[in-house]
Design a protein around this ligand. Structure first.
Ligand code: AMP
Ligand code: MN
Ligand code: MN
Length: 338
């Protein structure tokens, strides 16, 4: 699994810092349906830059623009603008945690027209769609790359910036449980904690609260969970789905079910876990998780999505049954890999 991918080269760091120093109105964008790493890396750098007097705009290209409830605690939300207000041809556009141009959704055309496009990411599958790339697959989170960038710009990391960076770090490492939890990840956590941020409050906002309606919808989804012991070459597959009708019955917004995969993936009898989530428009977002022997990023990429080897996803316009029929044969153990 160790890929000897060299981290970011000095020339890229130099170019990135030059571009940022020269930009008066940097335009920031993270991937659609932002998670804590996407939004945290964008708002963390956005806040650090705004404090130097730059006119920063930040956004993400969702058709219905709303910050997920559990990320509303992140500082820097005043930097956000809706896609229609985003500059059409930014001099400098910076993207966060997006592995492809398509992951920018409505803001992809803006990226295509940007004078310079700085891509900051940690996906090994990043397609290097910009003009300058700070892409480090060895980084546990995009916020780790942003920390180094802020340091190289000579800017301070105060408690608000630290809160943004920590949220991405703690989320993408699964609270320091995933294999990507390097000594550097813990070192960054230590540095960020030293600014006085409140880890217990961040953890509570991110994972330990829900409206009551979530329990009801979770119960419905878990009630129809399926275990297929013979799937994944005999290593087992567990999966379930949650429809918009399930949510509508309880008045539960889509973003509240994003974390459901974390309940489903704990099943001992299954190497791979899948949750299909229907959005308000009737499309499906599929979350996949592997314990290590299956590269789910590869499987999801074959269906138009992507992600990390053990945590990946894709979108589907098919029915639940047809989506699973397309995915199942792609979930083969890698044997020697990983
Ligand atoms: P999720 O299951 O939504 O938490 O997504 C897990 C990971 O998969 C994310 O961190 C992304 O890297 C990736 N991912 C999810 N959905 C997509 C998609 N439609 N296209 C590309 N990558 C995705
Ligand atoms: Mn992400
Ligand atoms: Mn990430």
């Amino acid at each position: 699994m160790t890929t000897n991918e060299s981290a970011v080269g000095e020339a890229d760091w130099r170019r990135a810092t030059e571009l940022i120093r020269a930009a008066d109105t940097p335009a920031l964008a993270c991937h659609v349906s932002p998670d804590a790493d996407a939004l945290g890396s964008m708002l963390g750098l956005g806040l650090a830059l705004a404090r130097t007097g730059k006119k920063v705009v930040a956004s993400f290209g969702d058709r219905v623009f709303a910050v997920p409830r559990l990320l509303r605690f992140l500082p820097g939300q005043h930097l956000l603008v809706e896609p229609p207000a985003y500059p059409a041809e930014p001099d400098l556009m910076i993207t966060f945690d997006a592995s492809t141009m398509e992951r920018l959704g409505l803001l992809a055309p803006h990226a295509g027209k940007a004078g310079e496009l700085l891509v900051i990411d940690h996906h090994v599958s990043n397609t290097r769609f910009g003009t300058v790339h700070l892409v480090d697959p060895g980084a546990a989170s995009t916020t780790m790359v942003v920390e180094e960038l802020i340091d190289r710009l000579g800017l301070p990391i105060d408690r608000e910036v630290a809160t943004c960076l920590y949220a991405g770090l703690v989320t993408d490492t699964g609270s320091f449980r995933h294999s990507i939890t390097t000594p550097a990840a813990h070192a960054l956590a230590g540095r960020l904690l030293a600014t006085g941020l409140r880890p217990e409050e961040i953890a509570r906002d991110l994972w330990d609260r829900s409206p009551f309606a979530y329990l009801r919808v979770l119960g419905t989804a878990l009630g129809r969970a399926t275990l297929e012991p013979d799937a994944v070459g005999g290593l087992g597959l567990v999966w379930t789905y949650v429809t918009r009708a399930d949510r509508a019955a309880e008045g539960l917004p889509y973003d509240e079910v994003e974390g459901m995969i974390d309940v489903v993936r704990r099943v001992d009898e299954a190497e791979v876990a899948v949750v299909l989530k229907e959005d308000d428009e009737g499309g499906w977002n599929v979350s996949t998780r592997s314990k290590g022997t299956v590269d789910v990023a590869r499987a999801c990429a074959a269906l138009g999505g992507g992600g990390h080897p053990r945590a990946a996803g894709f979108s589907s316009a098919l029915t639940v049954a047809d989506t699973m029929a397309a995915l199942r044969p792609l979930l083969a153990p890698e044997g020697s890999r990983s």
